[in-house]
Design a protein around this ligand. Structure first.
Ligand code: HSE
Length: 325
């Protein structure tokens, strides 16, 4: 029998717990799709006692993320703690240095340190997969990295934050206040731990910077993105836009211009009849304008435990199949 891929997971919040559950539930399918079994063998999290509805007793519990990343008993380190800095950064660096492959959903970290980490992965022969960092279950990273590898890209744009789109949708359709909608987005597990990242546009800017670097081969620079969020929008603004035949969406746009790559995030009035105006709730949509081909639009769930876990497990499956390393 082919040796299983041994996976270690750091972070057992909404996404981490869902990844453990999904790998268990899909174990036969993963095994046949990857040509080898995929097993979670070790984990680490801030609290061992927290109720997660999972039997985690049989797994090894590493004392911290760095110890897990350096554990010779794992082949693939999965980072689901979040945060642009420590402990995620050192743990990922240690795993890559040890020749392991890394899967992460951490957009803040990839937007800030993606290039350095990609170089380390290349140098040591592991993969660095981050599909879940942008658009959750939508395979947009794969589309840009693989599907459109031979196509010059002129523009990438879309709705990249589930929380904002959910808030704008409910404010418009139900006349609810911004605060009420945000509370629901938090309850449903869409929002960041600090929701100002969502509503002030920074989460979209991080995702856009990642997409721009994949599309245009530029160094990821979140600082180069003009950012304006949705926190000052009231139901009356949305009603006024609707009377004129428009909907308001928070868009991220990265476009090749004669002066370089322009990146911006801001609320935008889109005609109600346009396809982007039909994207409602937590759904995200990304359109890619490639040279010589009609635009490609990908639409799907952009936030939430199950949607994010779906992309994380797909990245782990690629490691099991030896893709990307
Ligand atoms: N807070 C993010 C969002 C989660 O609402 O889109 C997924 O990246």
């Amino acid at each position: 029998m082919v040796a299983p891929l041994k996976v270690g997971i750091a972070g057992l919040g909404t996404v981490g717990a869902e990844v453990v559950r999904l790998i268990e539930q899909q174990s036969r399918t993963l095994s046949s799709r990857c040509g080898r079994p995929v097993r979670v063998v070790a984990v680490t999290a801030r609290s061992k006692a927290k109720k997660r509805g999972l039997d985690l007793q049989r797994l090894d519990w590493a004392k911290n993320p760095l110890a897990l990343a350096s554990d010779p008993g794992i082949d693939c380190f999965v980072e689901l703690m979040g945060g642009a800095g420590e402990p995620a950064l050192s743990a990922i660096e240690a795993a890559l240095k040890a020749g392991k492959s890394v899967v992460t959903a951490n957009k803040a970290l990839i937007a800030k340190h993606g290039l350095k980490l990609a170089k380390a992965a290349e140098q040591h022969g592991g993969a660095l997969n981050f599909e879940a960092a942008v658009g959750a279950a939508i395979p947009v990273v794969k589309t840009l990295r693989e599907g459109l590898a031979g196509t010059a890209i002129n523009r990438v744009y879309g709705i990249l934050n589930g929380t904002c789109n959910y808030i704008l949708t409910r404010m418009e359709q139900e006349g609810l206040s911004f605060a009420e909608c945000l509370k629901d987005a938090q309850r449903l597990g869409y929002a960041e731990a600090n929701p100002s990242f969502d509503v002030d546009g920074h989460d979209t800017a991080q995702k856009l910077a990642i997409l721009a670097s994949l599309a245009f081969g530029t160094k990821v620079s979140q600082g180069a993105v003009y950012v304006e969020g949705i926190s000052s929008i009231a139901p009356e603004d949305l009603r006024a836009a609707a009377e004129l035949g428009y909907r308001v969406k928070l868009l991220g746009v990265a476009v090749r211009t004669s002066k370089g790559i322009e990146q911006r995030v801001h609320p935008t009035m889109v005609p109600k009849t346009s396809s982007i105006a039909q994207v409602m709730g937590v759904t995200n949509a990304v359109t890619i304008d490639g040279e010589g081909i009609p635009p490609i639009t990908l639409v799907g769930p952009g936030a939430g435990g199950a949607a994010t876990a779906s992309a994380v497990v797909a990245d782990i499956a690629d490691v099991a199949r030896g893709i990307g390393a």
